[in-house]
Design a protein around this ligand. Structure first.
Ligand code: SAM
Length: 174
């Protein structure tokens, strides 16, 4: 199982980016999401609606405490992998990380609390330049799944895209 913990959501400023973190997580092979910061049911609803239409079983939950969530997943045997520009290069560590089936990936928001660096089993960078949580997550999952994430399909999908050279074709299953 791969989960994504998104830290420090702000209801006004981060609505789109937090949704994009979880849409990306779902599309590229993660199983669930958790966010801290402002409680925001729109995020949970928006992902639930995507799952209803496009399939899968991705679920998002709110957590009041990142420390509690990290410790909970640690005690379930998950490895905690924090994506940060200050960490060790993904290319250097991905072989080791691929040996773990259960991973909680952490991506930050505006400010990442200090203890996240020490509570995490791994601090991993996707390049050492500042960019975005969506980019970091995408590239990490691409390295982890070696490209297989691009072929994911969801068996219970109501809507399925039939790829076209031009235009849009969407099959409605039921
Ligand atoms: N100054 C912030 C910090 O404390 O790192 C950067 C905030 S950045 C907009 C939001 C998140 O994107 C970071 O917390 C991290 O999870 C991810 N991120 C940005 N650049 C990254 C990189 N080069 N490697 C890995 N993750 C990155």
């Amino acid at each position: 199982m791969i989960g994504v913990l998104r830290l420090g959501h702000r209801v006004e400023r981060d609505k789109r980016i937090t949704t994009h973190v979880f849409l990306t997580a779902r599309a590229f092979g993660a199983d669930f999401g958790v966010f801290t910061g402002d409680r925001d049911n729109n995020i949970i609803e928006s992902l639930a609606e995507t799952v209803r239409r496009w399939g899968g079983s991705f679920k998002v939950e709110y957590s009041e405490s990142h420390v509690k969530t990290i410790n909970e997943f640690k005690s379930k045997g998950f490895k905690i992998v924090h994506l940060t520009m200050y960490g060790l290069p993904v290319k250097a560590k991905i072989r080791e990380l691929k040996s773990f089936k259960d991973i909680l990936l952490i991506v930050g928001g505006a400010k990442v609390p200090r203890e996240v660096y020490t509570l995490s089993d791994y601090n991993i960078s996707v390049g050492s330049q500042p960019h975005s949580e969506v980019a970091a997550l995408s590239i990490f999952l691409h390295e982890y799944y070696e490209g297989r994430e691009l072929e994911i399909s969801f068996p219970n999908a109501r809507l399925v895209v039939e790829p076209q050279e031009r235009g849009k074709k969407v099959l409605k299953r039921f």
